[in-house]
Structures are given as C-alpha cells and as structure tokens.
Ligand binder design. Structure first.
Ligand code: F6R
Length: 637
C-alpha cells in the first residue's frame, strides 16, 4: 500500500511502502517491463546495478520472474556501480562474487553482457580502465535505468562526501564510516579494502532514469537529508535532485525522518489524534527549548500549530495534558508496581510477580537495549528469562576463537595431563582455524566454538545485570546457525522453535527488538520470526494478556513521543549496564553499527540512554542520569 502524504518539502519524488518486499517487487516488475518494451523495439536494455543489502529483494524477485514466469534476461546488458579495490574475483566479499550469488548465477544474462568494475586491475592501468568503463556505457547509448542504494555517509555508488556532481568512473578512497559498515562482512575493519572503483556521480546522473532504494531506520536521517536539504557534495545522494527522472522507494522506517512522517503538521492539515498531539507538543517544547508547562499560545501559533490550539487549546490545557501523558510513561517498576493503582502506569500491577521473557536476536542486543530494566525486573522479583535467538557466532573474530581453543587445550594438559574430549574438539577447531583461508566460511567446529564463546559472554553479561545464568536460554535458530550474512532465510523450524519457547514460558511480558531494522539484518529476521510465531499463537489466551514491549536496537534512537514506558537509571545502574555490555569482549571491534564516528558501540549505548534522560529533563520532567525507553507493540497494528 502506498502511503500518500504531503510531500512539498521533498525535492525528489519519493514513494513510501510498508515493507521493503513490497517495494522490491515493484522495482523488479519495472525492470521486466522496461526489458519487454525495449525488446519490442528491437533494443537491448542497459541497466546499472548496485550491490549491498538493499537491492537483494529486487534480485530475488527477478530470479523468481525468471524461474517461475520464464522471463528471459538475454537482452539485458548490465553495468555494476562499483567494486572494492584491490580485490580479487575470488574474494567472497567482492562485488563480483556478490552479483554472481545474488543474481547472475540464477538468470540468463549472457556472460559477455555483464560488466562489473574489476578490482584486480593493475594500479598503473586503473585510470585507463575506468575511462574504458565509461566509454563502453556511452557507446551502448547510456544507461536506461540505474538502481541505487544509499550509504550512511550519503554515498551513492562509492561516491563519498566530497565527490562532485561531474565526477566520472574512478578510483576512490573509502570513508571510515563506510569501512565500519563493511567490517562485519570482512570480519574486521582492518580487512576492508581502502579503495574502490566507482562510477562517478556524473556517470549516474547520465542514466535516463534512476531508482534509489532505502530500507531500515539506519538510513532515515541521511535519506531525509538527500531529499529535503539543498543539494550538496557533502551529501552525494542529494545531488540526484539535479536529475529530472529520479524515483525513491523507501520503507516507512527509512522514511522516518522525512517531514511528512516526522513532523507532518508542518506540511499538511492535520486530523489530530493522541499520538500526533503528543509528538507535536514534545517537538514544540524541544524546538523553542522551553519545558512543556511553559509553552505559550504564541509558541504554538508561531511554530505552525495554531490549528492544534484551536482544537485542543488553550496552551495551558494542552500543556498539562501532554505533560501528564509523558509523566505517566516514567516508571521505576517495569513489571508493574504491586498493590498500587495502575491506571496511569505503563504496566499492570497484577499478576505479581510476572513472567518476563526478553528475546534477543544476538547476545548483546539485550543488554544494550535494556540491561538496566532487566536488572530492575529481577530485583523486583519477576521471573525473568533471556532467550538468545541466535548464537551470534558469525561475529566472533578468529583470534578470539584461537584464544579459547588454546585455553581448553592447555587446561586439559595441566589438569588431565593429556587429552579430554573437550581438548580434542578444541584441537580440531584450532587446526581448522589455522588452515582456514582468509574469509573462508567457518567449519561447523569453528562456528560451534565461536557460539560457545558468545554464550559465555551472554551469560556473564546477564549475571552482571542481575540475572542468574541458569535463566538464560539459547535457541540457536537454524536460519542463522546454518546461514551467512545477507542470505538468511527463515523457515518453519525457526518459527516452531520460537513458538515452542513462547508456549513453554507463556510470559506476561515479552520484550523484543528489531522492528525497524534493515530487512537483511539478524535483528530484522529475528523480529520477523517472532512476529510469525506470535501470529501462529494468536488464539492463545495467555497471549491476549501478554504485553509486548519493543526495546531499542543498538543503532536506534526513539523520539520521546514514541515511548510508552521509560525506565530511569541511576548513575550506578547505568554504570552497571555498561559493565554488562563490556562482558561481550569479542564484540569490542564490531563497532560497525555506529552513527557517531568517535564513539564505540559500548559508549554509544550509554550516550543514547543519557540523551533520553536529558530529553525528559528538557521537557520539564524529573532529571535522571539516563533512561531506557520502550514502545508498546500491537501485533495487529
Ligand atoms: C553498492 C553501492 C553502495 C550501497 C550502499 C548501501 O554497490 O554502491 O552505495 O548501495 O553502501 O549499502 P547497503 O545496501 O548494504 O545498505
């Protein structure tokens, strides 16, 4: 379903979709239509393609069209946007391999019609090579359509900030944030190539049509900048504003910072409801930097909210109403306060104690999002269980696995004076780690060892957050344990495992995360698995009584108006949460999911909770050291 809203601040035509899948299908259909139209005219179609997580859904649909509907791609000529440099075709993270795996091995584009920049060209020949790449595109009459993703630096292709509007295919240096984003794929930032060959912005702008795709909340601010700010080479995607035929397709999470979504009252006549009223008043308070209770009628009218005043004013009434609403989100009793009136509390007083189940896609998600709240729940006597849906083994560096294997081998030598079953397993893993080619897929033994390491870290972190290790469960969902990044595929046994856990525990509170994550991430796939499990259980009586709470992901920040439960943390509680996060030692270098270039993921969690505390303070509520925020989630929204 398209969401049609006022878009007058947008300088690029942007269509919003409730899911990336829906939009991907439409793009794939558009490509097929284009091919058919050109074929009728006896022409080939020249298509520019992107890599990364974003276009994967489009490629899946194209493959489906080929396999199920017999669509042929034999008249297609493709040019990929970019390739890391230096990199060999054989490198599993090369865009060459990516394109083969994700598309070309499954459809019938003739080999000689596929063009991907070659990351192995000799350095002395790169300039010439790039010129030829450009020439080849123009000799064929130029690109009919270019598909783009957008990086968190605002890059398109690998045109990082600073790239000019007339840049052409060339060798570029990768931005540090882009390298951080690629670190997971390359098993560490130090392994990410420093350079890339990319089509220029000028090359992209020469295409007759451009489609840019964006999914997930992590892209929201950069996408809004590209669409709503003045074009500038400090945000390369904004330079697309100079093209007359660009279409952006975004899901609602990626569109979250567009004015029509975030501050709709600035661009359209509102039909006010409680949620938009709360959003507008908290926005106004932040904008004019006055506590809610000090907002005047003039503040409302000068900032475009006079219709709200007319409907719900005067400001005095409106201020008190919203102040109370926000006040009522605050609670030191995330499991409900026993024997107390609960009309204005986010959680019910009864039953007490509650069974609280915290589902974490990977170890670490739980403590980052709600380490302080977990502690409170335990302290207040609730029966808390943390269940890790995946082991997180893919994110463990080889060096940590080697260290663990050494430890086990040594221990057996010292204690048993020889070998044990454990040390034999460790020895096998060690040998396999030593003979592993760079970037080769881990063997089952290595993955098991890495999974065990994260298991230990997860348990220790929970202990620090007050939860006994025997309350920690590991589901090891097969989609992850047998899968690899970007290629995760849920199937029934994943869902059944989640259903089984839910049925067994029948929680009164369920904490989940990943709702707005980019669809190919572990967090998004786990969210999907949970959603499907809950759908299967829709008729269960216990579920009707269960409150579902969303906790924030590691790269996610919520606006105050979105929060239904805010759990304050004292300085000591915040310090303790950070200690919990530190237990995830193997994740110290996985600072990939970061908006703040100078802070590692550990510090970011702390900063983020502090910012939320400061935001409540600014609205005129009590001043807390930090706050963890939660949204109430309704599966049938
Ligand atoms: C890839 C490319 C890049 C990506 C961008 C987003 O060919 O040109 O600009 O589109 O980095 O990457 P994902 O889709 O992985 O978020």
């Amino acid at each position: 379903m398209n969401v049609i809203e006022e878009n007058r601040r947008e300088s690029i035509s942007t269509q919003l979709f409730s899911s990336a899948n829906e939009a991907s299908l439409i793009v794939a259909q558009e490509i097929v239509e284009l091919i058919k139209k050109n074929e009728q005219k006896g022409k080939k179609t020249i298509l520019g393609l992107a890599t990364g997580s974003t276009p994967i859904g489009v490629y899946k649909e194209l493959i489906r069209f080929h396999k199920k509907d017999g669509i042929s791609f034999s008249s297609l000529i493709t040019f990929n946007l970019d390739e890391y440099y230096p990199i060999s075709h054989k490198h599993p993270e090369s865009y060459y391999c990516f394109m083969r795996e994700q598309l070309f091995d499954h459809i019938d584009v003739p080999e000689e019609q596929i063009n991907i920049p070659d990351g192995s060209v000799d350095r002395s020949k790169v300039f010439e090579y790039c010129k030829n790449y450009e020439n080849k595109i123009s000799e064929l009459g130029g690109l009919d359509l270019q598909i783009l993703g957008i990086g968190r630096t605002g890059h398109i292709g690998f045109n990082e900030p600073g790239s000019t509007v007339d840049s052409r295919t060339r060798l570029v240096h990768l931005d540090s944030l882009t390298k951080k984003d690629a670190a997971r794929d390359f098993l560490g930032e130090e392994n990410v190539p420093r350079y890339a060959i990319t089509m220029g912005i000028g090359t992209i702008l020469d295409a007759r049509k451009i489609i840019l795709l964006a999914w997930g909340q992590a892209k929201s601010s950069v996408l809004a900048g590209a669409i709503e700010h003045k074009p500038s080479d400090s945000l390369p995607a904004s330079l697309l504003q100079g093209h007359s035929n660009v279409q952006i397709y975004a899901d609602l999470s990626a569109a979250g910072e567009l004015t029509r979504i975030k501050h709709p009252w600035l661009v359209k006549l509102m039909e006010w409801n409680p949620a938009t009223i709360r959003a507008a008043v908290t926005w106004l308070s932040q904008k004019v930097q006055k506590p809610v209770l000090k907002l005047l009628d003039e503040d409302y009218s000068e900032c475009g909210l006079s219709d709200l005043l007319t409907q719900d004013g005067p400001s005095y009434d409106l201020n008190i109403k919203i102040f109370n609403e926000v006040q009522h989100t605050l609670t030191g009793w995330p499991g409900g306060k026993p024997e107390s009136p609960d009309e204005y509390r986010p959680e019910r007083a009864t039953p007490h104690p509650k069974r609280a189940l915290i589902l974490a896609p990977e170890p670490l998600d739980d403590v980052i999002g709600m380490g302080g709240t977990m502690h409170r729940l335990v302290d207040q006597g609730h029966e808390v269980t943390v269940a890790y849906l995946t082991s997180g083994n893919l994110a463990v560096p080889d060096t940590d696995a080697c260290k663990a294997a050494e430890l086990i081998i040594d221990l057996a030598k010292q204690c048993e004076n020889g070998e044990t079953a454990e040390s034999r397993f460790a020895q096998r893993s060690w040998d396999e780690l030593q003979s592993k080619d760079d970037f080769a897929i881990d063997t089952d033994n290595i993955r098991r060892l890495k999974g065990l390491i994260r298991r230990g870290e997860g348990k220790m972190a929970c202990e620090v957050c007050g939860l006994s290790a025997d309350r920690v469960r590991f589901l090891n969902l097969p989609f992850y344990e047998k899968g690899k990044y970007r290629q995760f595929m849920l199937n029934n046994c994943d869902i059944e495992l989640v259903v089984g856990l839910l049925e067994e525990l029948r929680p009164h509170q369920l904490y989940i995360t990943g709702a707005q994550a980019e669809p190919s991430t572990v967090q998004a796939v786990c969210f999907d698995a949970t959603k499907r499990a809950l759908d299967n259980l829709a008729d269960a009586d216990w579920l009707k009584e269960c409150y579902l709470w969303l906790y924030r992901g590691s790269s996610q920040e919520w606006g105050i108006h979105e929060i239904d439960m805010a759990v304050p943390l004292s300085p000591t509680e915040l310090g303790n949460k950070v200690q919990g996060i530190y237990q995830h030692q193997t994740q110290r270098s996985q600072a990939a999911i970061s908006d703040k270039r100078t802070r590692d993921i550990w510090r970011q969690a702390e900063d983020c909770d502090r910012r939320l505390g400061a935001a409540y303070d600014q609205l005129g509520l009590a001043e807390y050291e930090a706050i963890e925020g939660f949204k109430r989630w309704c599966t049938r929204a």
